[in-house]
Design a protein around this ligand. Sequence first.
Ligand code: S3P
Length: 740
Amino acid sequence: MTAPRIRKAAIIGLGLIGSSFARALREQKLADEITGSARSASTRALAEEIGVVDRAFADPVDAVRDADLVFLAMPVQATEAVLRAIQGALRPDAILTDGGSTKGNVVAAARAVFGTLPAGFVPGHPIAGSEQSGVLAGRADLFLRHKVILTPVPESDPAAVAGVRALWEAMGAEVLEMAVERHDEVLARTSHLPHLLAFSLVDTLARESTNLDIFRYAAGGFRDFTRIAASDPLMWHDIFLGNKEAVLAALAVYTGELDFLRDAIARNDSDALLGIFTRAKAARDHFTHMLAGTAYAKAMKQKNIEYVVQPGGKLTGTLRVPGDKSISHRSIMLGSLAEGVTEVTGFLEGEDALATLQAFRDMGVVIEGPQNGNLKIHGVGLNGLQPPPGAIYCGNSGTSMRLLSGILAAQAFDTVMTGDPSLSKRPMERVAKPLRQMGAEIQTTGERGTPPVTVKGGKVLQGIRYDMPMASAQVKSSILLAGLWARGETVVTEPAPTRDHTERMLRGFGYEVKVEGATVTVAGGGKLTATRIDVPADISSAAFFMVAASIAEGSDITLQHVGINPTRIGVINILRAMGGDLTLSNEREVGGEPVADIRIRSARLKGIRIPEDQVPLAIDEFPSLFIAAACAEGETVLTGAEELRVKESDRIQVMADGLLTLGVDARPTPDGIVIQGGPIGSGRIASHGDHRIAMSFAIAALRASGPIEIGEAATVATSFPDFPGLARRAGLALAVVEKD
Ligand code: S3P
């Protein structure tokens, strides 16, 4: 709705908030006339002189006469007295709102005066203060992009609420609604408590006899922590008395935590200290993401990021792509469940693996880092996880949710796991079903068995024999992980070999795993012992550069330290079968995983029928292999790959659509695709927020006739945080465009 036209607005209190409100009303031409009231004669004179209000009065009654909007912006403790004074002069149809930082006491004051509250009464709170105060501190843009919380009461007329909302929105604010009590509880913790601490710390130091020295040497930390101690004392006096109950409750929790911290220091409890500090650092670093309930990495997933890739180019040089995603997830999981400290290097700091990391932090595991791919995980043992404070957010990551299901099924506490819109569409019954057979109580959502997933704690699991209906390492791993807590043996047989990182890493942590052909067996009741993990570069990320160098004439690149686990090398096998020129060197083993440097030179590729036994070994690499197929001579046929339809997007359909947009003949089939090699045009591709789709079409530009634009590319950060940087360094003309 557009903001209501206000003939006369009256503002009681012309400090920072009141005078900013008046300025914003003026600037947005929202009111014909603005009157104000302030106790101080100099404030009134200044307000009139600089034109904040047309007229300023000492008595609020004079200001509100005939006003159709009254905004209370004086210290909250004065609310009752002001309302009592203006009650008789208030127009019955006036909108009466306020900007007070506490709401329960404002509503109570209004009730004391009016009995039944007027329909025009809409309490509100702009979260836009600063340590500055006074009429001169006001700014017309103070509320721009700030939040305003409205706390309507039962008597509030919806039209009045909508009107107040529209006014704030016209001033550029984002308006939320909340119950009065909830507002006061939230603000007690997020605003009132920090102010109390700042006032108290500064006063404590200022009263010490050596205060001059202390202030002289108190640099960054003191200054940053105490900026808000310069806020208006009277206003804060009123806030603390006005929101007494909620502030006392918040203070009780906080002093408890502070006592705990003091004791931890006294008893040299490193784990306790590191636990608090690492959790706090992660929360502070990522708090905007946590607020949005979305992502953890710095790559700003909420932002709408597009790639624009200019045609042509060739790839040269030596590069190392980031750490393996599957191994990074597992390093956190097993490191957390081990006894002792596990050190990880080469960890992938992508959003998916960070979601797993956050989940274990939420369950009380102390994890230092990540810093340049280094982590220290203070394992809590198989029985040391604690209940998380809320739902575990898995973001875009199917691996987090499916593997965690197996772990959580065996815990003493209940949990809920949620995910982003893509993950929320993906099938979870494939793990829930076998886990239920083991005795777990686990619930998926809706007819299609998707997230959220709810896991009941306190169940005793029993080992099972399970013949997997699909080739999925995630399902296999989930059952094996549950098997660590199960009675007896858990035996899983897979229809085709899938990645075996879980099995290898369990052994690395000293846990016995039997592998006989397609069957893996673990027995419950063992323990994991901390170890070192060097995460190889991710072959799935390397794949984009393997295809890119193969298709772009004149290319010659070397990818270092790439994981070449036999269950992952489908992309190498398939590219070679298509005529690709790939040579492996420096083959070695790191922490139970084989790695090599891979040199790729451009080659004339030809279309092939992809052997079905390669499908699980290249399951994540098909989007980029489809680009190779588009650049190859002849037809490429993929079958037996229906799993691609339930990845981060339906990769068969989304790739076919994108290829068709670029003029490539691509025909999807229920379990695969048929692609005719040919020229690649230019155009705009919808990646459907799927990281691997976005990166695949980026490399397609190497052979395109014009630029390729790719939408929704921010999710690339889930698996390959600096893909644009590395791609540019290698020779791709890729620009990142940030949309509003
Ligand atoms: C993964 C297994 C694969 C793969 C995914 C990671 C893992 O999924 O697509 O990106 O780490 O176990 P499925 O096992 O469901 O095929």
